[in-house]
Write a protein that binds this ligand. Sequence first.
Ligand code: ATP
Ligand code: MG
Ligand code: MG
Length: 355
Amino acid sequence: MKPVCVLGNGQLGRMMRQAGEPLGIAVYPVGLDAEPESVPFHNSVITAEIERWPETALTRELADHAAFVNRDIFPRLADRLTQKQLLDSLNLATAPWQLLARADEWPHVFASFGELAIVKRRVGGYDGRGQWRLRNGEQQTLPAECYGECIVEQGIHFSGEVSLVGARNAHGKCVFYPLTHNLHQDGILRASVALPQPEATLQQQAEHMLSTIMNTLNYVGVMAMECFIVGDRLLINELAPRVHNSGHWTQNGASISQFELHLRAILDLPLPAPIVEAPAVMVNLIGTDVNTDWLALPLIHLHWYEKEVRSGRKVGHLNLTSATISQLQHTLQALTPLLPAEYHSGLAWAAEKLV
Ligand code: ATP
Ligand code: MG
Ligand code: MG
């Protein structure tokens, strides 16, 4: 099997490497500053765990490498302006938006979007960083350098957030996981719940949207689409051209994990639709030290990234899956005193999603 080089050496590349191992696929996550000579990219398929990268000796070398899958799609999706333009051109529903070019646009912004505007940096934002939630009168607090560098969106009153993780191969075959329900707090993903039988009309809508996007782009690999649920409709929030945090539950809750699915798609290996037989829960570990007491609970799968623990930083996650809902709920309850207070509402949310 061909080796795979992953641009970026964070947790996503690490988990891709772990997924490749049993299949005999050598996966090399590489930092941006790696010496090109030390990276076996010549005979490899190249993918990325990040959406944009600065020019370095390595990225210059990779920039015109023919085996860099989706190379030209990354810049198009990494800029929220061109990403939103793509969704508009495909007539796919998204939160109403415009480029925020000048300060004199504010009266028009509030007149058309209503009371809450969300300003987002065009590039580089993640985990809710690079965003401002503004009500009329608060726009002076926005740094001047934002104009031209940000889009502004309507603040959406959603009943929930879901994401669809899917994959497409070079022959145009698309496969999907069931929708994942996501709880974000302060812009960062706290917990996800996936059910083997998702709501059929939402699942259909989402699969139609994501397959339209992947087919239009001629995309190969795993892509994630984050959505808001408004009534019985989905509005696309954003796209990620890579494996995604809201798909981490698939490591233990699906017959093929999103990491393996991505490797299969980019290496043109068989790509059956993954099978999900039981509900699954994922809890992100954010700025929290590892605690081996979690391992006393038999349903807990700990995925620890071996990163330095810092406030607000994703350092691991816990996956739980079981066909017996009461066992999952019991585990979430038992986990509650083993995690700091800021996790408690997320654990309660997950327990409620399961019924
Ligand atoms: P990620 O880590 O997922 O890449 P991000 O920093 O790119 O996050 P978004 O996904 O755009 O940010 O927003 C983070 C969260 O903020 C969303 O999941 C949602 O909870 C909230 N949010 C974003 N945009 C809106 C909106 N237009 N209306 C209401 N809430 C929003
Ligand atoms: Mg994002
Ligand atoms: Mg997001």
